[in-house]
Design a protein around this ligand. Structure first.
Ligand code: NAI
Length: 332
């Protein structure tokens, strides 16, 4: 029995995390879910989008499956996601993007894993106005932060039979911050002679990913570029509806899709739950439940191959009907 904090979140969050819960339970693995809230609605109740109880629950379970939490643009409360990642030191954000045969996408044979540093960079949120007409944001990059994310990326490559790690940066312009990132990742690379290492400047990387994504394997990036490039990679393999993610720390992990609350489709019963379901499969693997994870992933692949999918992928199924199909497929 695994104790897991389940955070439904905002927008489509309750719909897609509810679907993921049903699928994970149908694997036969036993979970004791501690359902906790986070999101916009919590401000009126607790004065904060992230109630203390939710934090305490994660401190206890050390494991969460989380729906998206909306963050206001340009003002308002700080991102709950950034807060969680900093508070539990979830330093590695793992975002795989792999082509599923028959999926509606412009590309074939994409198999990229984005390893994004999750606690530093401009996301440290240290910014202020300088007078009324200027604003300043501080970009923090540390040797410790670079070393551990680089080691995570190379260890991941070794454990998962990957061949190449590409460091993505803008060290030609940000010579101190990105320069340190590139230097330290390069030093760590020397400890892994069996893994090919290269570096690419982030703007060129975006172009290369759009032209020849099949040339890339594991990417390691500082926080901001990692966020942007992982959405780009999601777009190469079918979009945000199928892109899972994991935030991994030393003693605590939070699994969540890349996508946000999708306010344009929230409450309509049409959201694609695949991304959160696949995040749940990543959680199963993390727990050592590889057979159950395989079962979930194979069912999703089979449904996509048969075109039994939600609208974002060109199908006609709603969230619940798709979830029913996944569960039926797992039982076959
Ligand atoms: P979004 O990811 O919510 O939506 C972008 C587009 O993708 C929309 O057209 C949406 O309908 C579509 N989409 C996303 N997930 C989908 C799914 N599962 N099935 C079908 N279509 C899907 O990004 P947006 O609109 O920029 O952000 C909305 C809110 O989400 C913002 O407040 C943002 O701060 C928050 N957000 C939260 C995240 C998190 O909690 N980890 C991550 C990203 C955004």
């Amino acid at each position: 029995m695994y104790n897991v904090t389940l955070i439904p979140g905002d927008g489509i969050g309750p719909e897609v995390t509810g679907a993921a819960r049903r699928v994970l339970e149908a694997t036969g693995v036993k979970f004791d879910w501690d359902i906790q809230q986070a999101g916009e609605a919590q401000i009126a109740i607790h004065g904060s989008p992230m109630p203390e109880e939710t934090m305490h629950s994660i401190e206890r379970t050390k494991l969460a499956l989380k729906g998206p939490v909306n963050t206001p643009k340009g003002g308002g409360f700080r991102s709950v996601n950034v807060l969680l990642r900093q508070k539990f030191d979830l330093y590695a954000n793992l975002r795989p993007a792999k082509t599923i045969p028959n999926i509606m996408s412009r590309y074939e044979n994409v198999d990229i894993v984005v390893v994004r540093e999750n606690t530093e960079d401009l996301y440290a949120g240290i910014e202020h106005m300088v007078g009324e007409d200027a604003a300043e944001s501080i970009k923090i990059i540390t040797r410790k932060g670079c070393e551990r994310i680089a080691r995570f990326a190379f260890d991941y490559a070794v454990k998962n039979g990957r061949k190449k790690v590409t460091a993505v940066h803008k060290a030609n312009i940000m010579k101190c911050t990105d320069g340190l990132f590139l230097k330290v990742v390069g030093e760590v690379a020397k400890e892994y002679p069996a893994i090919q290492f290269e570096d690419v400047i982030v703007d060129a990387m975006c172009m290369k990913l759009v032209q020849t994504p099949e040339n890339y394997d594991v990417l390691v990036l500082p926080n901001l570029y990692g966020d942007i490039v992982s959405d780009l990679c999601a777009g190469l393999v079918g979009g945000l509806g199928i892109a899972p993610g994991a935030n991994i720390g030393v003693g605590c992990s939070v699994f969540e899709a890349i996508h946000g609350g999708a306010p344009d489709i929230a409450g309509k019963g049409i959201a694609n739950p695949t991304a959160v379901i696949l995040s749940g499969a990543m959680m199963l693997r993390h727990l050592g439940e590889a057979a159950a994870a395989d079962k979930v992933e194979s069912a999703i692949v089979a449904l996509i191959q048969r075109g039994e999918v939600t609208r974002d992928l060109g199908g006609s199924l709603g969230t619940d009907a798709f979830t029913d199909s996944v569960i039926r497929e797992m039982a076959r």
